[in-house]
Design a protein around this ligand. Structure first.
Ligand SMILES: *Cc1c(COP(=O)(O)O)cnc(C)c1O
Length: 408
């Protein structure tokens, strides 16, 4: 019989979102009259920007004509999209990222997992705790960790706790770690990092020849001027960082699928024989071999994000969700909850009251308010005692959910 990849057996059985669905289902079966408001999974709710749908409709029609038909595109993405990304997301912010350092893809979730393809298994890895679970599980699946320990952590990973006492900023490790995952603005805590703090990480990485995998999926939600949108705004980052970006959360492309990864051409790794190798070349080879590009239609949709109408509409979406976040934060704070995040990120991170556990609070909100959120403990040990609410929902549902919570 065929042998399986046993690393998959190390994955913890009860993954967070299936467990949430199970509890919600049990609840609805016995309380069929009450409508549930879901502020759990981090998915957008508003329709796509018109600029994007129009660009995609036009591209679709083009594809149905003799002159406009296109087959396989470049594996790295069409140059016209990569040029707009470079100009708008980087050059305009003073980051010297050129179009050929940008690799267009169908998602940051897959890119942040697939990047492990070009990195050796022996590298030591650090993640924050709590964390976006993809970083951990992709390392487990590829055999970069030991088995799960009783507390739910994996042997071989370095966990950097983020909590109130460090302002949800991971402390720089004393020892050398080869690969560090950083996500700012942060999912799940909604925390951000300023340039000075991020510089400390860049300096750490350059000093130790480490690689930072920087996930900036939520950069569009940043309002404060001193918070960097890209790690390349920090001097030295071109020598130590790969950045993941996505159209999922700014333009609502979670169901359309388009993202990109930045690998500076000068970024290097080493072979076991101490030869220096460009990571760009390895990723280019990886993508050319295993990936056939994002659909032309979708890339035209992504391009429209950078049109003047597209920019306006995307800003409208961001403002809408951030107003939701502000309403949520104010209401919860006034009701006496200790609340974090929500200022430059679409997530509200609540300190669970009365020494309840995260799952106790989940059940409590579900039963008393019919509101669904995400238990902080599902994102890691240090998430215990916290709870995530997402600002992705309609205004009326957000207001309704807050009324229900504060009048329990
Ligand atoms: C939503 C999200 C992404 C985006 O993933 P896609 O695959 O591009 O939709 C990336 N990172 C984090 C932390 C996210 O929450």
């Amino acid at each position: 019989m065929v042998q399986i990849n046993e690393n998959y057996l190390k994955l913890k059985a009860g993954y967070l979102f299936p467990e949430i669905s199970k509890r919600v289902k049990n609840y609805t079966q016995s309380n069929s009259t009450k409508d549930i408001i879901k502020l759990g999974i981090g998915d957008v709710t508003e329709p796509l920007p018109k600029a994007c749908t129009e660009a995609m409709a036009k591209a679709l029609n083009e594809m149905g004509t003799d002159e406009g038909f296109k087959g396989y595109g470049p594996e790295q993405g069409y140059l016209w999209l990569r040029e707009k990304i470079s100009a708008n997301d980087f050059i305009s912010r003073g980051c010297q990222i050129s179009s050929d350092e940008i690799f267009v893809s169908d998602g940051s979730k897959c890119d942040s997992s697939n990047i492990l393809d070009i990195l050796a298994n022996q590298n030591t890895i650090a993640v924050t705790d709590p964390v976006y679970p993809v970083y951990v599980d992709s390392n487990v699946m590829t055999g970069r960790t030991g088995g799960p320990l009783l507390d739910g952590t994996y042997k071989g990973l370095t966990y950097l706790a983020i909590n109130e006492s460090n302002n949800f900023l991971p402390e720089i490790p004393n020892n050398k770690v080869d690969i560090v995952y950083l996500c700012f603005p942060n999912n799940p805590t909604g925390a951000t990092i300023n340039k000075g703090e991020l510089k400390k990480w860049v300096d750490y990485a350059n000093r130790n020849e480490s690689l930072i995998l920087f996930d900036a999926a939520y950069e569009a939600f940043i309002k404060d001027k001193d918070i960097p949108h890209s790690i390349y705004e920090v001097e030295g980052a071109r020598d130590c960082a790969i950045e993941f970006r996505s159209f999922s959360k700014n333009a609502g492309f979670t169901g359309v699928r388009c993202a990109y990864t930045v690998i500076p051409k000068n970024l290097q790794g080493t072979s076991s024989k101490n030869e220096k190798v460009d990571l760009w070349s390895l990723w280019n080879r990886r993508q050319s071999t295993k990936f056939n590009g994002v659909s032309y239609i979708v890339q035209r949709g992504a391009e429209a994000v950078y049109s003047s109408q597209g920019k306006k509409e995307v800003q409208g979406l961001i403002d809408f969700y951030m107003e939701n976040a502000m309403i949520m934060k104010n209401k919860l704070q006034n009701a006496g909850f200790k609340v974090f995040g929500g200022d430059n990120a679409p997530y509200i991170w609540i300190k669970v009251p009365d020494k309840m556990s995260s799952w106790d609070f989940f059940d409590y909100l579900l039963e008393k308010a019919s509101v669904v959120g995400t238990p902080g403990s599902g994102f890691g040990l240090s998430g215990e005692g916290y709870f995530r609410l997402s600002a992705f929902n309609s205004r009326s549902k957000v207001i309704d959910a807050m009324e229900r919570i504060i009048t329990i």
